[in-house]
Ligand binder design. Sequence first.
Ligand code: SF4
Ligand code: SF4
Length: 131
Amino acid sequence: MFTFRPHHFFCTLGFQGKGYSKGFVDNFSQIKNDLTEETLITVTSKTDDICSPCPHRCSDVCATQQKIEKLDQAHAKALDLKEGGRVTWREAQKRLAQLTLQDHKNICQECQWLNLGLCSDSLEKLKNSLL
Ligand code: SF4
Ligand code: SF4
């Protein structure tokens, strides 16, 4: 079982080995590798399993907390995620696949990684495989 903050469901879908430090990337790679369709993920509004080794983590908040809260709120609304709720990775992917590319731009507009296009490519692949 993992704990994810709301925007990290989509980030996990799009993760392709880039990140803030080697420790961060290694941890994220391990999490993505360990995820199965049946893995249960608990939603949190605080720092999570992906944040854990991040150089921007300050205890249970992010150094850019205001920006991250906006991202989390937008993703929680789009994916119907509630604090403390649990979803399987399969269910999370089903919800992600319902998003349009415009939804993606809207909910990720605060993110520095948006223009790399990795997450939009991953969303398109997911939609093609599930819809
Ligand atoms: S654009 Fe940023 S916030 Fe959105 S899914 Fe990608 S990495 Fe996550
Ligand atoms: S930048 Fe903030 S929200 Fe993102 S992984 Fe690091 S601590 Fe977590």
